[in-house]
Design a protein around this ligand. Structure first.
Ligand code: HEC
Ligand code: HEC
Length: 324
């Protein structure tokens, strides 16, 4: 009898605190999650809908997904995309695979230390203007409140049930934390399947370690999340100095993750590198042509087809049972 009660109590706990299960087979630890934005299925589902919703931009033309497309590893295929109203873009959109693990986001903003903070930049930012919602937070809430499904979704996701900017960015962050790439050929290789990479890719993997690439493109997410100057003497984009005001930071950019890098081109902070070979040659290293070819082959081994086609990350077809 006592055991029955214990089982019933357990079931009850499971029903009221659905918790969150991270995938178990990734080969890396679960990501850090801010204490005030616990993961939940309801929050992730809401964040996914918001990520694909162009109502988050002032003129209804741009969603997060306009510049972060799943088939491109959540980057896009243009050098720098304009924001609303044809405001010129400034930088190339990076892919979002495993952003949950990155302690510093974007190319050159040391203040962007969480996905919650970062999401305010595309929504409200003015340099450059992306989604153009600065000063229009009330309008944003009004639009979402007009939709009964959003009202229900916010109520399920947040104790205060409110449709506010902090809740919007919290849901977006929770969804982005589920953008987990752990099934590239390189991941299977890391987990012990030597045949997951081709011969040239294995040679590239070796060079990646022995030529110093992995000192900056470090760890399972292939970035040290630190800022480096790779030698452009007169960069048109001043990089980190814009935020810190320190002259030594001129031309410094955060090491991008190389996950899915073969499908996130064009490359470089300004999208001016038109091939992976070009991107590698911009580093101050001298490598023989055949070594560059092997490194490029290795970079192709970082493409995760499962991630790229994962239906849980795709544009939702329905919300609250209705077609979108
Ligand atoms: C107009 C195109 C555009 C839109 C719309 C856009 N982004 Fe981005 N995103 C970018 C660019 C460009 C960068 C790089 C900015 C930089 O480094 O200065 C970026 C960077 C990021 C990063 C940092 C990734 C990393 O590797 O550090 C995240 C996370 C992100 N965006 C999420 C979002 C979310 C969430 C939305 C919607 C609220 C959104 N983006 C809307 C273009 C866009
Ligand atoms: C000193 C640190 C450092 C080392 C060493 C390094 N990188 Fe990078 N890498 C960076 C930084 C920083 C960027 C971004 C530069 C920019 O956009 O201005 C970058 C960009 C790239 C890109 C383009 C990524 C994108 O999304 O645009 C590729 C590809 C790349 N590196 C591959 C390599 C390879 C291969 C090696 C070894 C030969 C290497 N890197 C060594 C720091 C480094």
């Amino acid at each position: 009898m006592r055991r029955l009660w214990a089982a019933a109590a357990l079931l009850l706990v499971a029903a009221v605190a659905p918790g969150w299960q991270w995938p178990q087979d990734t080969g890396f630890d679960p990501p850090p999650v801010p204490a005030d934005n616990a993961m939940s299925a309801a929050k992730v589902e809401l964040g996914r809908r918001l990520f694909y919703d162009a109502d988050l931009s002032s003129d209804g033309t741009l969603a997060c997904s306009s510049c972060h497309e799943q088939r491109h590893g959540f980057a896009d295929s243009v050098a720098t995309r304009s924001g609303v109203g044809d405001h010129a873009g400034k930088r190339n959109a990076p892919g979002l695979a495993n952003v949950a693990w990155l302690p510093r986001l974007t190319y050159a903003d040391p203040g962007a230390t969480s996905l919650e903070i970062q999401a305010l930049t595309p929504l409200l930012g003015e340099n450059p203007v992306e989604m153009g919602m600065k000063g229009q937070e009330a309008e944003l809430a009004r639009r979402l409140k007009a939709d009964a499904c959003y009202r229900r979704s916010f109520a399920r996701a947040f104790p205060d049930a409110r449709i506010t900017l902090p809740n919007i960015v919290a849901a977006l962050a929770a969804f982005q934390r589920t953008m987990i790439s752990s099934d590239a050929p390189y991941d299977r290789f890391r987990r012990g399947d030597a045949a997951a990479l081709t011969g040239p890719q294995r040679e590239g993997e070796r060079l990646f370690r022995t030529s110093g690439c992995s000192s900056c493109h470090a760890g399972p997410h292939l970035t040290d999340a630190a800022y480096h100057r790779l030698g452009d003497p007169a960069p048109s984009d001043a990089g980190l100095v814009e935020q810190t005001g320190l002259e030594e930071d001129r031309g410094r950019f955060r090491t991008p993750s190389l996950r899915n890098v073969a499908i996130t081109g064009p490359w470089w902070h300004d999208g001016t590198a038109i091939s992976l070979e070009d991107a590698i040659r911009r580093h101050p290293v001298s490598l023989a042509d055949q070594d560059i070819a092997a490194l490029v082959a290795f970079l192709h081994g970082l493409t995760d087809e499962r991630f790229r086609t994962d239906p849980r990350l795709a544009r939702p077809d329905t919300a609250c049972g209705k077609r979108l």
